[in-house]
Design a protein around this ligand. Structure first.
Ligand SMILES: Cc1cc2nc3c(=O)[nH]c(=O)nc-3n(C[C@H](O)[C@H](O)[C@H](O)COP(=O)(O)OP(=O)(O)OC[C@H]3O[C@@H](n4cnc5c(N)ncnc54)[C@H](O)[C@@H]3O)c2cc1C
Length: 637
C-alpha cells in the first residue's frame, strides 16, 4: 500500500534533492556573518532585564517562542557585556548569560533540568504510548538518525526494527540536516563534511537491508518537530524511535516531540544509547551526582560488572519486507545534500580530511579492530606522546555515532585477559577509562545543564576578569605565540581538524592561564575546527584546563609549556613536523629557542621569522594567580 499521505518534498519543504539557499537568503546570511559583531544587533536592553529574562532551560529566549510568524525575531544585544561583544554568547540563538543565582537554583534542585522534563514527559505518557505500540498499527516504523550514523549496535534502530518485524512491516530511516542547528552549535566544516560522508555510506548500507533513508534539509531547527510529525502522518506511521542526545536544546526538542506526536496518536520513543551508562544512573553514597571522576569511574565499572547485559550488542535490524522498496521508491532515491556554503571545505582540505578520516561505520570498526590488535597493549605508557601516534583516533567516530562507545568498551573488554573492564592488561584498562570520561562529561552536562549555557561548572569563577585581546587570540589561533609546542599543536589542528589530548590540555591552559583570555573563546574555536567536536567532552576539557570545570586541576597549577614540551615531545619531533621554522634546531633548545640570546637556536628561529614568546612565562603565571584569586574572592551573586 502506498504511503497514506504523500510527504511534501516540494521546494518549500527544502528537501535534500533541491537544497539551495535562495539568493536573498544567501546574501542575508553572508551579511550577518561578515558584519562586525557589534552591528548584528539592534535592540539594546539593560543587563538586569536580560538576566531576569534568562531562559532557564537554555532554549531560545521567550521572544523566539512567542513568535507567531516565521520570521526570526530581532535578537537583543547588550554591548556592556564582554561575552556578547566578543561573540561568545550569540544572541541570534541564545539568551543572555545566566545569572549565578539561576545556576544555584539548578544545584539546589529548585528548577527542573531538561533531562528531568524529558523523563517526566516519557513517564507521564508511557501508558498511552504503550497502547499505541501494542496495537501494532501503521504502515511502517520510523527511526530518526541523529548522532548515531550506524546500523550495528544501535538501540533505537534495533527497537524500531523489532517492532516493525512484529507488525510485519518495515523501517523507514530519517536524517535531517538543519543548517541553522550547525551554525548555532558551531559545528566545524570538517565535522559537517564527515557527517555527510557518513550519511552517504549509511544510506547505502541501509538500502542493502531494504531500508530507505529519507533525507531532508530543514533550515530552521524549530521547524524540525512539526516536520517529523508531518512525516509520520504522511507515511501512516504510529511509532517513531530515536536515540537521546543530552544537550538541553535537544532534550527540550525530544520532550516536545513526545507530547506533539501523542496529540496525533503517534508513539515517540527516545532511547538511551549514546552513553554506555545512562546519565543519572550513578549516584554517590549520599544519593548525589558525582562531580569527581575517580569515584564515579569506580562506580561505573562496578555497575557494568554487575549488569554485563548493558554492554551487550543491540540486535542488527532485520531486512525490510520485499515490497518496501517499491512502495517507498521515492525515499530510496533521496540524494545526500551539499554542505551549506558557510560550512564548505576547500577542495584541498576535503582531499586531506577524506584521506585522514574515512567515514562510516565500516571504517570505524576497522580502525577499532586494528587499534585493539596493534596498539592498545601499550596505550597506558604511550598515550601521552603526540608523535607516537599511539591513541585510537576514534573520537571522530564516537562524536558522529558511526561507532557506539558501548561497542568500543565491549570489544576492548573482550580482548582483555580478565574479560573485564579492570584487571588484566593495563593498556586496556587505561583505554576503557578514557572512553568512560566521555560518559562522565555527559552525566555532568545532564545534571548541571548550565555548563551548556555559557556558564562554568564552578559558577563562582564567573567573575574572573578575563582578557579579550584580539591580537593575542589571533596568535594563539594561528600558532604564532612563540611557544613551540603550543604553536605546533595549533597548526596541527588547523591542518588536520584534530589535536592530541595532551596538547588540547596544553593549548587550552595556555589560552586561559598564560593569556588570561576568556576560556569560552578557546572552547568555541576548538568546536569550529575539530572534526570530533563534541560539546560535553570539549567543555569538560576546557573546564579542566581553565580550572573552572568539574574535577579540574587546581587554579594555581599552571602548566609550564616548555616543561610539558620537554616531557611529552622530548626529541622535538612533533614540533619539527609542524613548525618548520625550527626544524634545523638540534637538541633540547627546540622547546624554547629564545631561552638565551646569541645561541644558534635563537639565530635559526630569528632568521626563519619564528616569533618571540608573546608573554613571558613567569609574568603570565603570577598574573594568572593574582587574577584568579581576585575573581574568586569577588562577590559572585
Ligand atoms: C580542551 C579539550 C578539548 C577537548 N575536546 C574534545 C572534543 O571536542 N571531542 C572529543 O571527542 N574529545 C575532546 N577532548 C577529549 C580528548 O582530547 C579526545 O577525545 C581525544 O584526544 C581523542 O583522540 P583519540 O580518539 O585518539 O582518543 P583515545 O585516547 O584513543 O581515547 C579513546 C576515546 O575516549 C574518549 N575520550 C578520551 N579522552 C577523553 C576525554 N578527556 N574526555 C572525553 N572523552 C574522551 C574519546 O571518545 C576517544 O575516542 C578534549 C580534551 C580537552 C583537554
Amino acid at each position: 500500500m502506498p504511503p497514506k499521505r504523500k510527504v511534501d518534498i516540494s521546494p518549500n519543504a527544502a528537501s535534500a534533492n533541491n537544497y539551495t539557499d535562495s539568493a536573498g537568503d544567501r546574501a542575508n546570511k553572508r551579511s550577518r556573518l561578515s558584519k562586525p559583531i557589534t552591528n548584528n544587533f539592534k535592540k539594546e536592553v539593560p543587563p538586569e532585564q536580560l538576566t531576569a529574562n534568562n531562559d532557564e532551560n537554555g532554549g531560545p529566549a521567550e521572544a523566539v517562542k512567542a513568535e507567531s510568524n516565521d520570521a526570526d525575531p530581532e535578537p537583543t544585544f547588550d554591548h556592556s557585556r564582554p561575552e556578547e561583544r566578543s561573540g561568545i554568547v550569540d544572541r541570534r540563538y541564545y539568551p543572555a548569560e545566566m545569572s549565578n543565582e539561576r545556576c544555584a537554583q539548578y544545584n539546589n534542585n529548585e528548577i527542573p533540568r531538561p533531562i528531568e522534563l524529558l523523563y517526566k514527559a516519557i513517564e507521564s505518557t508511557a501508558a498511552q504510548r504503550k497502547v499505541i505500540r501494542d496495537k501494532k498499527e501503521g504502515d511502517a516504523v520510523i527511526h530518526w538518525f541523529k548522532r548515531d550514523l550506524r546500523i550495528r549496535d544501535n538501540t533505537g534502530l534495533s527497537k524500531a526494527s523489532a517492532l516493525a518485524k512484529e507488525m510485519g512491516k518495515g523501517v523507514i530511516g530519517v536524517w535531517i540536516m538543519s543548517p541553522q542547528d550547525w551554525e548555532a552549535h558551531l559545528v566545524s566544516p570538517a565535522k559537517c563534511d564527515f557527517e555527510l560522508r557518513s550519511v552517504k555510506t549509511l544510506k547505502m548500507e541501509l538500502a542493502e537491508l531494504g531500508i530507505p533513508l529519507h533525507i531532508e534539509v530543514i533550515e530552521k531547527r524549530r521547524h524540525v518537530p512539526k516536520r517529523l510529525v508531518e512525516m509520520a502522518k504522511g507515511w501512516g506511521v504510529k511509532n517513531v524511535f530515536c536515540n537521546i542526545e543530552y544537550e538541553p536544546d535537544e532534550l527540550r526538542r525530544e520532550e516536545k516531540l513526545v507530547k506533539l506526536m501523542l496529540e496525533e496518536g503517534v508513539n515517540f520513543d527516545p532511547q538511551h544509547d549514546d552513553c554506555v551508562v545512562p546519565p543519572g544512573t550513578l549516584k554517590t553514597g549520599g544519593g548525589k551526582q558525582y562531580a569527581v571522576y575517580s569515584p564515579w569511574y569506580r562506580n561505573w565499572v562496578s555497575y557494568l560488572h554487575s549488569r554485563p547485559h548493558v554492554l551487550d550488542e543491540q540486535p542488527m535490524p532485520s531486512q525490510n519486507p520485499p515490497d518496501f522498496r517499491q512502495k517507498y521508491k521515492e525515499l530510496f532515491d533521496a540524494m545526500v545534500p551539499e554542505v551549506p556554503e558557510s560550512k564548505r571545505l576547500t577542495d584541498e582540505d576535503k582531499e586531506r580530511l577524506h584521506h585522514l578520516y574515512p567515514a562510516g561505520e565500516a571504517a570505524a570498526l576497522e580502525r577499532l579492530e586494528r587499534f585493539l590488535k596493534e596498539k592498545i597493549g601499550k596505550y597506558k605508557d604511550t598515550r601521552n606522546f603526540p608523535s607516537k601516534n599511539s591513541t585510537a583516533r576514534l573520537s571522530v567516530h564516537h562524536a558522529a555515532g558511526t561507532l557506539a562507545a558501548r561497542t568500543s568498551v565491549r570489544l576492548a573488554r573482550d580482548v582483555n585477559t580478565t574479560k573485564k573492564l579492570d584487571g588484566g592488561i593495563q593498556g586496556i584498562q587505561s583505554w576503557i577509562s578514557e572512553v568512560a570520561w566521555r560518559d562522565f562529561y555527559r552525566h555532568v552536562l545532564c545534571h548541571w545543564p548550565y555548563v551548556c549555557m555559557h556558564k562554568p561548572f564552578k559558577f563562582e569563577y564567573t567573575n574572573i576578569a578575563w582578557e579579550y585581546s584580539d591580537p593575542h587570540f589571533e596568535t594563539w589561533k594561528t600558532g604564532r605565540t612563540g611557544y613551540p609546542i603550543v604553536d605546533a599543536a595549533m597548526r596541527c589542528m588547523n591542518n588536520t581538524a584534530y589535536m592530541h589530548n595532551r596538547l588540547r590540555m596544553v593549548t587550552a591552559s595556555f589560552l586561559a592561564k598564560h593569556l588570561l583570555l576568556d576560556w569560552r573563546l578557546g572552547e568555541q574555536y576548538f568546536m569550529l575546527k575539530f572534526i570530533d567536536g563534541d560539546f560535553s567532552a570539549n567543555n569538560g576539557g576546557w573546564g579542566f584546563a581553565s580550572s573552572t570545570g568539574v574535577d579540574p586541576q587546581p587554579y594555581f597549577r599552571v602548566f609550564n609549556p616548555w616543561l610539558q614540551s620537554e616531557k611529552f615531545d622530548e626529541e622535538g619531533e612533533f614540533i619539527r613536523l609542524w613548525v618548520p621554522e625550527l626544524k634545523d634546531i638540534e637538541g633540547k633548545e627546540i622547546h624554547n629557542p629564545y631561552a638565551k640570546s646569541g645561541t644558534k637556536a635563537a639565530a635559526i628561529a630569528e632568521k626563519n621569522g619564528y616569533p618571540k614568546p608573546i608573554v613571558e612565562h613567569k609574568f603570565a603565571r603570577e598574573r594568572c594567580l593574582a587574577r584568579y584569586k581576585a575573581g574568586i574572592g569577588r562577590d559572585t551573586a
